[in-house]
Design a protein around this ligand. Structure first.
Ligand code: SF4
Length: 365
């Protein structure tokens, strides 16, 4: 059954590509990394590279303002390669998944050092860059250079599963292999970039996870899921796992209108970003004693400021926030990664979203 479904799609691939490309021509969204509709300016490979890093696990609407701010501050691959990591993290602040920002900087440095400052065109060369997997390499090669490279992200996988009535889990390695093959078979010899963009656009705006708009879909007549009335059942919803809840204590320690911040380690969540000292909360232990031990000084006048919740894809956090006045007996600042900063100076340091909210909390004190 599955084999038959696959074959039908393969036989109709030229017609599917033409229908999608016609639709894309008139329905595509004007996005800041695409040349404006009707403009004669070409695609900027740099804009495609930056946008593809930002779009990994993040939606277009969230990415757009970040992208504009980023390319305004760092308009070329050479400027990006020369920028300090802290500037890049500051520009990325709030977008999450900060490893992408560090990888993008490393990729830019490698492009300058090994490719003479020109973004490579082939999937193989692109995949040699840090943070570039098969999807991102295919997207950059096809969209920026019109290379015939397939792509497979969540949107494309959903469209392909529905077109071919593929009912197995699209995340399973076996199904992914089939879907990569399908993405390759459907790819036209020319206009690969527009075709890939059209597939992603269809998944984002028409063939959406819930309630796909089949009556207005440009490939409705080729779609085996819609034909069988199975468009809402494919792909099968993922069984959701319970999300762990992590408790944290954060202390906003002040001294002469300055606040203590510290840099997080280079690895792990929010790596390299700054924070008010934050520790894992433990039942039955006094907050002041535990934080005092961590900072190496006694904590005075501890008071609760409130708490805030923060949800990530696979975990949730509750931050209980405290304020206290601190002395510096030299031990706090003997740590090179700690600073006393005014609220004005804090704006120069990259903070995660919950830490930015904590900064807002203390600005209201
Ligand atoms: Fe998706 Fe419906 Fe189009 Fe099929 S017809 S590709 S299910 S929007």
């Amino acid at each position: 059954m599955e084999r038959q479904a696959n074959k039908i799609v393969a036989n109709q691939r030229g017609a599917i590509a033409r229908a999608l490309l016609r639709w894309y021509e008139r329905a595509r969204r004007d996005l800041p990394w695409r040349p404006p509709i009707g403009s004669r300016s070409g695609i900027s490979p740099y804009a495609v590279l930056v946008s593809e890093f930002m779009l990994q696990q993040t939606q277009v609407a969230t990415v757009s303002p970040y992208f504009l701010r980023f390319v305004k501050a760092l308009p070329t691959i050479r400027r990006l390669a020369a920028a300090p990591e802290q500037q890049i993290l500051r520009l990325w602040q709030g977008l999450g998944y900060y490893t992408r920002a560090r990888n993008l900087r490393s990729a830019a440095r490698m492009i300058v050092a090994e490719f003479g400052g020109r973004i490579p065109r082939s999937v193989q060369e692109l995949m040699s860059l840090p943070g570039v997997g098969r999807y991102t390499a295919g997207a950059v090669a096809s969209i920026a250079f019109d290379q015939p490279a397939p792509i497979l992200d969540g949107n494309v996988a959903r469209v392909l599963c529905r077109l071919g009535k593929i009912q197995s889990d699209p995340r399973a390695p076996k199904t992914r292999k089939v879907l990569w093959q399908r993405a390759e078979e459907l790819l036209p010899r020319t206009s690969a970039g527009n075709f890939n963009s059209a597939l992603m656009e269809l998944g984002a705006t028409v063939c959406m996870p819930r309630a796909p708009a089949c009556p207005v879909c440009p490939v409705r007549r080729f779609c085996r899921a819609a034909e069988a009335g199975l468009q809402d059942a494919i792909p099968r919803p993922r069984r959701s796992k319970p999300t762990p809840l992590l408790m944290r204590w954060t202390i906003c320690l002040s001294r002469a209108n300055r606040w203590l911040i510290e840099r997080r380690p280079d690895k792990g969540r929010w790596a390299g970003l700054w924070q008010f000292p934050t520790i894992e909360a433990t039942d039955g232990q006094p907050v002041a004693a535990k934080i005092g031990r961590r900072l190496g000084v006694p904590i005075r006048g501890l008071r609760a400021l409130g708490q805030l919740r923060h949800a990530l894809t696979h975990r949730k956090y509750i931050f209980k926030v405290f304020a206290a006045t601190g002395m510096d007996n030299g031990r706090i600042t003997s740590e090179p990664m700690r600073r006393w900063v005014s609220l004005g100076e804090l704006a120069k340091y990259p903070l995660s979203r919950p830490q930015s909210k904590i900064a807002e909390m203390i600005s209201r004190l």
